[in-house]
Design a protein around this ligand. Structure first.
Ligand SMILES: [Zn+2]
Length: 112
């Protein structure tokens, strides 16, 4: 199951955005941290299969500074290769297109 098919995704999606630091570059999937701690812990508890190895993992992760991001594969400690493969790239693209469907300004930014 993809994150975009998860029951909590409609709740997360308005806070999520895709950033591209270089073109063509890797996407960074950021999530604005909600002020409500209950919502934060609910999002951090989401589990979906890793895009590559299908092992259950947490796609929404908290950085040391408290910011949230979306990952599509196992954490590096778990399996180095999972985030680098074709399936992981596909899953990132899937999330990006889902986000771009709602955010016209971000999409326009791709072609400036
Ligand atoms: Zn994996």
């Amino acid at each position: 199951m993809s994150l975009v098919d998860h029951p909590f995704w409609p709740e997360v999606r308005p806070s999520a955005r895709a950033e591209c630091t270089a073109r063509p570059g890797p996407w960074r999937l950021e999530v604005a941290r909600p002020s409500n701690a209950v919502v934060v812990s609910r999002w951090l508890s989401i589990q979906v299969p890793c895009a590559t190895c299908q092992r259950l993992m947490h796609p929404i992760r908290s950085r040391p500074d408290g910011s949230l991001r979306i990952a599509v594969a196992c954490p590096h400690e778990g399996n180095e290769g999972c985030s680098k493969g074709y399936k992981a790239t596909q899953e990132v693209e899937r999330i990006v297109s889902c986000l771009q469907g709602q955010d016209v300004s971000a999409q326009a930014g791709l072609f400036d």
